[in-house]
Design a protein. Structure first.
Length: 385
């Protein structure tokens, strides 16, 4: 196991009726900016609960944060926060709303051009407004980490930043807030969480049995509970298990002392920025392709994964490694996510554009070995056609 340092600053309030705990977390004299997406929180009762919990505070609203939140939109929220002298930001939504709210919280106090936050991966952030979250979609884990992905729509750049200053101070995880989600978002959320786990697990052995077993437990849970959420959206226990799994998947626990991959994520960000695919859709396409391309380097962990997660014990090593990849592909499809570029109307013609964006963003050494070059990405994308 490698050396590591671990830090997580977020308090979690988990379970039914926990939205009321906002009252304990935000001072009564606060000026609170409530951020959200398309407005479903105003029809499913969540917004009403949030406002009740904020009773007595001065509140402002900023809605319309997009999936894959846009710099152009978030800049308007930053202006609002500055003009209204906002003291706290409360994100009510899924990962995109929380990611965007991290940018707003940092941007409200940032002295330079806002795009610099993204261009420098948050390197120069020294402060941010306190951020709280009410999670309504189990997927990204953004409710308990320091990272965010932001898109500049004008140039089709989707990039990542991180800073300890944007850790949420607290997050409310009430599984009942996910009951009304569309099927597509449920499937996306499960695969997003699944992808976060395997990016930190399907690498190479490093004698980290604790991290491996946690990862395997999360994967088995997602495989068992994901289809149940599609069949019975109002099953509280299923929703609770998925919500907690998605949070743990990317709160730093799995990354302790182990190599991580993230190649599928980096390539996927370009697919989303350029062609508007959902983040989880890009991962469903790229993870099998990356695994096939790097099968020999990843074989030991693919075999471990196949045996412990899928029960694959028959056949030679090659057969079992391939079977593990195909079991994964089948699960993605079961959750409603096709696994080929052609399924989304994309063909060979997109490859040069994706490669150019990766090179523009300096993403030319990807994977756990930092050995995936643009030429390799071309081969990976061809496998994904």
């Amino acid at each position: 196991m490698n050396n590591f340092s671990y830090y997580n600053a977020t308090k979690i309030h988990f379970g039914k009726d926990q939205i009321a705990r906002i009252n304990e977390e935000i001072p009564h004299d606060a000026r609170v900016l409530i951020t959200y997406g398309g407005g479903s929180i105003k029809t499913n009762g969540v917004f009403e609960q949030v406002v009740a919990a904020l009773n007595g505070r001065t509140i402002f609203e900023f809605g319309g944060i997009e999936p894959n939140p846009h710099l152009e939109t978030l800049s308007k929220a930053v202006d609002l926060a500055r003009n209204k002298q906002v003291t706290h930001v409360l994100a009510v939504g899924g990962g995109s709303v929380i990611d965007g709210s991290k940018f707003i919280a940092a941007g409200a106090l940032y002295p330079n051009d806002l795009w610099e936050i993204i261009e420098t991966n948050g390197k120069y952030i020294t402060q941010a407004l306190p951020l709280g979250c009410v999670l309504t979609l189990a997927a990204t884990g953004s409710e308990m980490n320091k990272g965010a992905s932001i898109t500049r729509a004008e140039t089709k750049d989707k990039l990542f930043f991180g800073s300890v200053h944007v850790f949420p101070k607290f997050s409310i995880l009430d599984p009942t807030t996910t009951y009304s989600l569309p099927v597509r978002q449920v499937g996306n959320g499960v695969i997003d969480a699944f992808a976060h786990v395997v990016e930190q697990y399907i690498t190479y052995p490093i004698n980290a049995p604790i991290q491996d077993r946690i990862a395997e437990g999360l994967l088995i849970t997602l495989i068992e509970e994901g289809p149940k959420a599609l069949q019975n959206p109002l099953d509280y226990d299923v929703r609770a298990n998925l919500m907690l799994a998605a949070t743990i998947a990317l709160n730093g626990t799995l990354a302790m002392g182990v190599p991580t991959d993230w190649a599928s994520h980096m390539i996927g960000l370009e697919l989303t920025g350029l062609y508007g695919l959902d983040h989880a859709q890009t991962l469903a396409i790229l993870i099998p392709a990356v695994w096939y391309f790097k099968k020999e380097q990843k074989k030991a962990k693919l075999l471990q994964y196949g045996e412990r997660v899928w029960g694959l014990v028959d056949g030679n090593d090659e057969d079992r490694a391939v079977a593990a990849i195909e079991k994964t592909r089948s699960f993605f499809i079961q959750m409603g996510l096709p696994t080929k570029l052609c399924d989304y109307g994309l063909d060979h013609s997109v490859i040069p554009t994706i490669l150019a964006k990766l090179e523009q963003h300096g993403l030319t050494k990807l994977g756990e070995y930092k050995d995936i070059t643009p030429a390799d990405v071309k081969n990976i994308l061809e496998l994904a056609l």
